[in-house]
Write a protein that binds this ligand. Structure first.
Ligand code: ATP
Length: 242
């Protein structure tokens, strides 16, 4: 039987803001083709972890390996030249540029440019409203449509690993459903996904494996269905009273 290889592996990651530690020896991995969620409360270190993977945050100690390469020492711009894209918290679009110009910003790598027309068609297939609004300024779209642009922009780079940071933030339940349907579709197309999300129900339902991060430490990991039966998880994240 073929052994599944991790596409991303973090070993004993320590990350600090000045003297204040944010991640304390965090170990996690994402296997090729896997959808892994990391859930945790406000301030647990989820965004810090995502920014560390994108090399936006320096590592105090520990190791980060992406597709077999030690990327701990890379800068953010070097990391952008790997097969990894991020849908960042708050979306971070260029509000004064059109939808299509924002999508084109994801198509910066040389190998992605000749594939632009096909990839754009795929993005518009996934989010038809973006095709209708392709000449509209991104800053004038609804929150849900902006989130779709952020997903589309990330997909334009043909990532093997997609990092998704708090995709449900500030969106209505109906739009959240559409966004999670898109996440499942992207995953089915073969992209490995690391998802961080405060809404544990959503994150655990969509994931194949999950980690619980609290106070900068992984406190639990495993099959999301099993995690959802644990009393601590049920009380802290699923709204069940003690
Ligand atoms: P949230 O869901 O609120 O975004 P989070 O789980 O993503 O929370 P982080 O934003 O990674 O958590 O924050 C982890 C810890 O690091 C928190 O204690 C936070 O106050 C601190 N922190 C985050 N960013 C900075 C920063 N730029 N400077 C100093 N401390 C920071």
């Amino acid at each position: 039987m073929l052994e599944t290889q991790p596409i991303l592996q973090a070993e004993a990651l320590h990350v600090s803001y000045g003297d204040a530690p944010a991640l304390w020896g965090v170990d996690f991995h994402v296997n090729e083709g896997e959808l892994v969620s990391i859930v945790g409360p406000n301030g647990a270190g989820k965004t810090t972890l995502m920014n560390t993977v994108m090399r936006l945050q320096p590592v105090r100690s520990g190791k980060l390996v992406f597709r077999g390469e030690d990327v701990t020492g890379l800068t953010a711009s070097q990391m952008c030249n790997r097969d990894v894209s991020i849908v960042p918290e708050g979306r971070l679009l260029f509000g004064g540029m059109t939808v299509e110009e924002n999508l084109d910003m994801g198509c910066y790598r040389a190998f992605a440019r000749p594939l632009r027309a096909d990839t754009l068609a795929r993005v518009y297939d996934m989010f038809p409203i973006l095709k209708e609004r392709r000449t509209q300024l991104a800053g004038t779209l609804s929150g849900g449509q902006q989130q779709m642009v952020a997903f589309g922009r990330a997909l334009m780079a043909h990532p093997k690993l997609l990092l998704i940071d708090e995709p449900s933030l500030g969106l209505s339940p109906l739009v959240v459903q559409q966004v999670f349907a898109a996440i499942a579709e992207i995953h089915r197309s073969g992209v490995s996904i690391l998802l961080i999300e405060q809404n544990a129900v959503l994150a655990l339902n969509v994931a194949q494996r999950a980690y619980v991060l609290e106070g900068g430490r992984i406190v639990s990991t495993g099959d999301p269905k099993v995690l959802m039966t644990q009393p601590h998880i049920r009380q802290a994240y699923l709204g069940e009273s003690a």
